[in-house]
Ligand binder design. Sequence first.
Ligand code: SAM
Length: 370
Amino acid sequence: MADKVIPLADHRYASSVPVIPAGAAPATGELADRLDRPLRDLRISVTDRCNFRCGYCMPKEIFDKHYEFLPHSSLLSFEEITRVATSFVAHGVHKIRLTGGEPLLRKNLERLIEMLGALRTPTGEPLDLTLTTNGSLLARKAQALKDAGLQRVTVSLDALDDAVFRRMNDADFPVADVLRGIEAAERAGLGPIKVNMVVRRGTNDHEILPMARHFKGSPIVLRFIEFMDVGATNGWRMDEVLPSAQVVARLDEAFGLQPMDPSCTGETAERWRYRDGSGEIGVISSVTQAFCRDCNRARLSTEGKLFLCLFATQGHDLRALLRGGADDESIQAAIGHIWRQRADRYSELRSALPASAQSERRVEMHYIGG
Ligand code: SAM
């Protein structure tokens, strides 16, 4: 069990106020970092709160009733989020994923979706606007999300067996309600829908085949995620990681699989199709097969700090610029400057890092956005 840590709300993660470079050229939509990686994908955490207590993300022992979540005044407003997103889009972002915490807990989220849905890339295209949810509120909200302009959803679901699922979400939430949420999303046209299953060896790996069987034959793409060492509270151990290669081997033996080409550069999942043509699955191997080389993602935390890697320990405080009166050109220039300096590739370096660096306090996923 991890030691109980109660961080001070609002000062919990180190950050620096970004430099606004003088005389920066306007954004061209083609920014590259020090490893020549473009900026394409922005994940925005709209709340640090969640109604689940999955042990691998927000274990109950730490995120209990005494835990201080961010006060509302710390959160970026929808107008602030849209201002920042506009700069990112000018720099080449064409996909925005709303996440958290549980994004559907943020009040009036549909309003933010409408605002982001109005943004256009430098070539005039609408954004790929999506959201990751635990599905608990999806049955109620799917149609309103679609009407607001959301294109598709990814739903997290770790087991089909109700007892296993309730144990894993640690909020006694029934699997049937998430399945109803997925159906509502399908009816509303929020596809292609992806379902993410975090696989924890010894906890839910016996659910791999039942989950695959359930979604096989539907357009839903089930993706298996390796249990990752994000944050500092989930008691991560390598022996609880089931390498994706073993997930693929089990599925291949049961159903027959063949590899597929990636749909785009920087895709997190490796894609496989069933040999009988009955659908597709994906594996996300961030532990055993790091994909830093193509990582084109930036993350905006709930309180407006920009993180360049899921495993970062330091953010860049964009909220300080927004609330300090910086104009749009300055914010755009600061983001460009930060991305050009980026050299993060934690997952590739993980095994070579000294233990002290590995245990350094990393940002929690619910805060930075999964
Ligand atoms: N509440 C939403 C949800 O459940 O999808 C969005 C936030 S959640 C942090 C985003 C994704 O991160 C989920 O699919 C979750 O399962 C995954 N996740 C969280 N902690 C993880 C870990 N330690 N390893 C792998 N995936 C993790």
